[in-house]
Write a protein that binds this ligand. Structure first.
Ligand code: ATP
Length: 232
């Protein structure tokens, strides 16, 4: 469904991504783990066209070269940015409905109701400013907003950041549910245990490169992964 070949990203003289190749098959959850500054966000931003890149990215058989981010969203790929990036002074409902900006307005009420069934808290708080929600609720709203665009692939950047362990569990269940509905999910996280509990395949990113990849069960047996990323 999604493949990267020799993707490179530079910021001025800093090479943040140095020839990353990876793949996500239809229906998979794929994890990208790594330390602070390893280049994970830059990989996601390179996929969705938010930063200039070299190398090849293809999505559902199509080369994304030259496409703008909005065109990529139209093709069914939606990114949930690190830090949620909600509009804090707009209401929960307004933020939610923004996610459907490419869909016919007639489709919005049904999608909105679906999100309210999935996240009753968003219905209760529909008229409240998004900035007043808790971190966990904001993450849920950011995910719900992304789903309003009916994506085929969801790219989620550091969803666990700042969440309580209980909320991390809720988030994990939610990602499993979304995936069970047929949406492929790429998750970028420093919380390696979280990703290993969800992913069908994971990539360890170090210094802008793929250092290791495999099924989480396989990676859990690797001594380097155990000590550097799982703390065991
Ligand atoms: P984190 O987990 O801290 O978000 P990350 O693995 O997602 O880290 P990136 O955010 O992709 O890593 O950053 C990779 C490298 O690129 C870092 O050294 C970072 O300082 C640098 N970098 C990222 N964005 C920019 C930018 N806009 N301008 C200059 N350097 C940047």
């Amino acid at each position: 469904m999604l493949s990267l070949e020799d993707v490179r990203v530079s910021y001025g003289g800093v090479q943040a991504v140095r020839g990353v190749s990876l793949a996500m098959r239809e229906g998979q959850v794929v994890g990208l783990v790594g330390a602070n500054g390893a280049g994970k966000t830059s990989v996601l931003n390179a996929i969705t066209g938010l930063v200039p890149r070299r190398g090849r990215v293809s999505f559902r058989g199509e080369d994304l070269e030259g496409l703008k981010t909005a065109d990529i969203v139209r093709r069914g790929m939606v990114q949930v940015a690190q830090g949620r990036q909600l509009f804090p002074e707009m209401t929960v409902l307004e933020n939610l409905e923004l996610g459907a900006f490419l869909l016919p307005p007639a489709d919005v009420p049904e999608l909105r109701e679906k999100m309210f069934v999935r996240f009753p808290i968003l219905k209760d708080r529909a008229a409240q400013q998004a900035g007043t929600l808790s971190g966990g609720e904001q993450q849920m709203l950011a995910m719900a907003r992304a789903l309003m665009g009916r994506p085929r692939a969801l790219l989620v950047d550091e969803p666990c950041l700042g969440l309580s362990p209980k909320m991390v569990g809720v988030l994990g269940d939610f990602i499993r549910q979304v995936n069970a509905e047929g949406i492929s999910v790429m998750v970028v996280e420093q919380n390696t245990a979280f990703v290993f509990g969800l992913a069908h395949h994971a990539y360890v990113i170090e210094n802008g490169q793929v250092a290791l990849d495999g099924h989480p069960d396989e990676l859990r047996r690797d001594d380097r992964v155990r000590s550097a990323y799982l703390g065991i």
